[in-house]
Every structure is written in C-alpha cells, then in structure tokens.
Design a protein around this ligand. Structure first.
Ligand code: HEM
Length: 204
C-alpha cells in the first residue's frame, strides 16, 4: 500500500502548520507558553527547549522522506534528511522523557507521554538499524511507524481544538489526549505496514 499524493499533501501541510504554530516558543517569551504550564515551563526551560528544537526538526523534515520522487532521484538528500530526522527524534525524545513527569494532567498523562517518547525512540532506532543492515522493507515499515508517532504532535493539537469547540473539561480531556494522540496513529501505521508483499508499506 502506498500513501496517495493527496494524503501526503495533507500530512505535510498539517505538519508544517503545527511547526509554524509551535515555533512561537523559539522567541523564548514566557507569555507564549502553554498557559496552565507556564510556571512549570519556566523552571524546566532546558529540557523544554531541547524537546521543542528536536521535535520541531523531526516534524518539519519528516514528511519529505515520504516523497517518492525525492527519494528516488536524490537518494543522498534522502539520507541526509533521514539523519536530520533521526537526530531530531533522538533529541526531541530525550527532552520529552524529561518533560513527561511534569506534564499537565498528572501521572496518567505523564505516563502516556513517557510511553510515546519510548515508542518514538524505539521505532526510530529500529528504522536506523534496519537500513544499516540493508533491510529496506523493514526500514520503511519502522519509519512509517516512527513518523506516525511524530505526527502525534498534530493529532494532539487537533484534538485540543475539538475539546475547546465542544467545551469539554480541559484537564480530563488533556489526560485522555496524552494517550489518544498517539495510540490510534501507531495502530493505523501498524495496519498500514502489515502487508507481506515485499516493498509494501512504501510511501507516495
Ligand atoms: C512524539 C513524541 C513527543 C512526546 C513524547 C512529547 C512530549 C511532550 C511533553 C511531555 C510536553 C509537556 C506537555 C505538558 O506540559 O503537559 C511537550 C510539550 C511540547 N511539545 Fe512535545 N512531544 C512529542 C512530540 C512533539 C513534536 C513532534 C512537536 C513539534 C511540534 C512537539 C512540540 C511541543 C511543544 C511546542 C510543546 C510545548 C507545549 C505546547 O505548546 O503544546 N512535541 N511535549
């Protein structure tokens, strides 16, 4: 199964939009911090910014790895972007692990984010291992799973918009979203990459 052009365009547009929105953090102005967490973020600026720098990089460059034309015509560029993506996941994932214990919503949301961070690091590492071993189909599968987890940043924020529109209790919703933003993404990616046909799971 392949990602359609339209699917790729939507994925890339949403990822870029969330990068643009989250880039407000890069002016280091506490007034722009997630309101309920402002005090926490002020006392955890190093891990927060480590997380945001890495994660923003991964979300910005990740979609381009699924552009078939670029992958086929510019394999060296694909590798360079791939290294950038994986470094982004590594730095963003370590920062996320440091931020998870102080996440809004308490232990349940913190554990949700910590599991997401571990899954993010594991899928990226497995994708790297696979390509270093020359297992291209496995590499594609793991990288699709990895990006589905990176995309949790998008699903989380779309869900927060829905919560605000539906006037749901923010704390309860946020706790649920700490899980809902990534578990369905991962299940969908596993289903998408389930095929036994060699080369399946390749994108666009
Ligand atoms: C996929 C693994 C990720 C994990 C485990 C993770 C985890 C976290 C955690 C625990 C926090 C603190 C949340 C709180 O205070 O309640 C946070 C905040 C944040 N993360 Fe991530 N994150 C991930 C991916 C990303 C990505 C890909 C981006 C790129 C846009 C991103 C951007 C941010 C931003 C901007 C914040 C500050 C709070 C906000 O305005 O939403 N994260 N993240």
């Amino acid at each position: 199964m392949r990602i359609t052009r339209a699917g790729w365009a939507v994925m890339t547009a949403l990822s870029t939009l969330i990068v643009a929105v989250s880039a407000k953090y890069l002016d280091f102005d506490p007034a722009g911090f997630f309101t309920q967490q402002r005090a926490t973020y002020l006392s955890h600026q190093l891990p927060l910014y480590v997380h945001i720098f890495g994660a923003l990089t991964a979300l910005l460059v990740g979609p381009w790895q699924f552009a078939a034309r670029l992958r086929e015509r510019r394999p060296r560029l694909h590798r360079r972007i791939g290294v950038t993506y994986l470094l982004g996941c590594l730095v963003g994932g370590v920062g996320a692990l440091l931020m998870a214990p102080v996440a809004y919503g308490g232990a349940v949301s913190g554990f949700g984010f910590a599991c997401l961070a571990v899954a993010w690091l594991v899928t990226g590492g497995a994708g790297l291992r696979a390509i270093l071993d020359g297992r291209v189909t496995d590499h594609r599968r793991w990288m699709i799973r990895s990006f589905a987890l990176t995309f949790a940043a998008v699903t989380l924020r779309l869900m927060l918009i829905a919560v605000a529109a539906a006037h749901l209790d923010f704390r309860t919703s946020y706790t649920a979203i700490a899980w809902l933003c990534w578990v369905p993404n991962l299940l969908l990616a596993c289903w998408f990459t389930r095929s036994r046909r060699p080369g399946a799971g390749a994108a666009a």
